[in-house]
Design a protein around this ligand. Structure first.
Ligand code: 8X3
Length: 245
């Protein structure tokens, strides 16, 4: 029986790359995201990928995803992102709420909806794409750091609660990854500011690097749970320690 993987936020970046890698590994992949046109293109390019419109901030949309599935062996909760780089003192409540909605409550909604499939599979794998921002705070990252800490904590709690069930709970926490949209969204479309983040960094991670790590975690034997995989570029020894040339 072909195993099915659902990847959220699959229209670009890490989600898209992960959908492709899992399809390469022989999974039947449901690529879910808001931008269905992008998913249609992806599905036309890569055999084994099925597009599915999904807004993780909408319960109705998540319910539709669940209703369209007949099985799910792997769930990659990837949808997320950062908005803004203001200090906490100037934090925008709407931005913080949006980040909490997508990163935290989005993960909660999709996890709740698909968990019965993961249990029924007998070897379910739940992956949560967090961030090093969920482990180490940094200035001007307040809303994102807070949301990612919440997501990290909920992943740890879930692993405790599912102990004894046939479901692995895996957290993948990337550091600096240069994707087409993450930084651009964070800086509200300011491409110059977005690019400065990576300026002079020899080899930030690519979406493919992270997809590779996710795929490695997912394809370990059923008894092996990779609790947390932290992945950074060689040039980023810590959140504040980045080598630039
Ligand atoms: C993105 C990594 O360092 O910008 O999740 O928070 S960082």
């Amino acid at each position: 029986m072909t195993r099915t993987a659902v990847v959220t936020g699959a229209s670009s970046g890490i989600g898209r790359a992960t959908a492709c890698r899992l399809a390469d590994e022989g999974y039947s992949v449901v690529a879910a995201a808001r931008r269905r046109d992008r998913l249609e293109e992806l599905a036309a390019e890569v055999p084994g990928i099925r597009p599915m419109a999904l807004d993780v901030t909408s319960q109705e949309s998540v319910d539709e995803l669940a209703a369209a599935l007949d099985r799910c062996d792997v769930l990659v909760n990837n949808a997320g992102g950062a908005i803004g780089m203001e200090p906490v003192a100037r934090g925008d409540v709407a931005d913080w709420r949006r980040m909490y909605e997508v990163n935290v409550l989005g993960t909660l909604r999709v996890t709740k909806a698909l968990l019965p499939f993961l249990v029924a599979s007998g070897d379910g794998v739940l992956v949560v794409l967090t961030s090093v921002a969920g482990l180490v705070p940094y200035e001007e990252g307040g809303g994102y750091v807070a949301a990612k800490h919440a997501q990290t904590s909920m992943t740890e709690v879930l692993r405790l609660e599912l102990c004894g069930e046939p479901v692995r709970v895996v957290e993948v926490a990337p550091g600096m990854v240069h994707t087409e949209e993450f930084s651009l969204n964070r800086f509200r479309g300011d491409a110059t500011a977005a690019d400065l983040v990576y300026q002079g960094v020899p080899g930030p991670l690519t979406a493919g690097d992270v997809a590779d790590a996710v795929t490695w975690c997912v394809t370990r034997p059923a008894h092996v749970n990779i609790d947390r995989l932290v992945i950074r570029p060689r040039a980023q020894a810590a959140q504040h320690k980045i080598h630039r040339v």
